[in-house]
Design a protein around this ligand. Sequence first.
Ligand SMILES: C[S@@+](CC[C@H](N)C(=O)[O-])C[C@H]1O[C@@H](n2cnc3c(N)ncnc32)[C@H](O)[C@@H]1O
Length: 537
Amino acid sequence: MTATAGQPSYDEVPYPSLCYTQTHPNRLATVAMLFGMTPAPVTHCRVLELGCASGGNLIPMACWLPESEFVGIDYAARQIAEGRALAEALGLQNISLKHMDILDVGADLGQFDYIIAHGLYSWVPPAVQDKVLQICKQNLAVNGVAYVSYNTYPGWHMLGMIREMMLFHTRELTEPSARAAGARALLDFLVESLPSRTDAYSAFLRDYRSALAKDWKGTHSRRDAFLLHDELEEVNDPVYFYQFAQQAARHGLQYLGEADFSTMVTDDFAPEARQALAKMVDNLVDLEQYIDFLRHRTLRRTLLCHEEVVLNRKLTPEQVEPFLVASQVKPESPDLDLRSLSVTKFVAPSGATFSTDHPVSKAAMLYLAEVWPRPVPFKALLSEASSRVYLGSEPMDPEVAARDASALGVNLLTAYGHSGNMVELYLDVPHFVLKVSDRPVACPLARLQSPQSELVTNLRHERVRLNAFEQRLVPYLDGTRDRVALADVMSELVSGGSLVVREGDRRVTDLAEARSIVVQQMDRALQWLVRAALLVG
Ligand SMILES: C[S@@+](CC[C@H](N)C(=O)[O-])C[C@H]1O[C@@H](n2cnc3c(N)ncnc32)[C@H](O)[C@@H]1O
């Protein structure tokens, strides 16, 4: 079944250009280092992004890594023009967004330490797929890391079924918003026509609709653009992982790992399943393929490196030493005795858990939660946690100190492998403040993004959703206003009618009352912006 000729181009309907945490050079370098590579320092590297849309992923990186150099390529002129305008408004000198076809990239573009192709490979014809991998070989520095995301089987067999039904239903529609509305209407029709059925098909349709509704949160145009390009694009060719790995190998590239490191770890499977897997496979590619069968995987974010690179897949606790560590896990029970050897369970915001009886590790997790979102260098973390356990000093016995360092390293690696959001590892983190200053400064990118969108990019390269009040406040956080001046401008917005404040359900129109609510909301908003890593001064 093929799409109709009505599918809009990326010039007609631009792709919502957002940041992707997993593509950041920091993440690529982290996984590379864990597997024994010596990647280029994130603070001084060259990064190429293929299919960069309007630079929503690359521009934030260029903002926070001023000594690194960024090149983005896309053949949609409108998207490149939008990206260039934003880069210029930010005064960035270290990024070049090129309007060109990936097929025209040659060796003369130069060598890059990190190459990113996100949301591209599955949506382009075979010749372009091949070219993407060719670039990942030809333009990748010796110790470089390439990131390619793609849709995978077996998961996409089920998703593809819905895509094909949507394509059939919208085959006569040419106007983009009508096509998007038609696709949504079909899904509603399918789900609502089978309300009482309990079979797997009905359950899948319902789950799919609610998952998409969650993804579709945001403006109509953004929802439509995602639907039109992600689901209804003319080309959408998922592959099995082993096929992708074979294709990469033909280009002289080897499988390094996944940007989502925890997906390579099988500790969520029962011990019997792990034993059976170990008997079934004798190489990593096959193991990963069976993991996809078990997890019904729909998407991979695969990292590749040159076939000549010698990797070391044995993880040791010392490997954590060069990293900065961040975590916001909390102990399940608040009354925790740091010096006891009882097991403590820590819970991540996602609900993932991790348990340890090691006192220094417990103290380390508590400390990280206190200073979240600030990442702490491993050695400083060990020292702080030890002094909390050994009451103000570190252990005198070097053997005890070495055992603590090793146990903390093992625990951090275990938690990192167990879940993507339990422990974060960084090689470099841009500066953000942890206390609201007298004249707060939001990062310049968020100040430019917030008037257009409720989604802004923070200094941790994450998308952060602002509420209406924060969205209006952020552009004024340029370091020239103290709290009184900020309350003045926000109150003016209320009196001008462009910002609404409420007390419960009641809209507040009395200006004195509105101002006191503005002051309270502003305090809350500023505290929240600190925790969201959006303030730089
Ligand atoms: C689905 S979008 C993904 C954009 C972005 N990487 C992201 O994930 O948000 C695919 C992008 O690749 C670009 N693209 C597709 N084929 C291309 C080609 N042959 N040369 C250059 N850009 C291409 C499109 O214009 C579009 O911006």
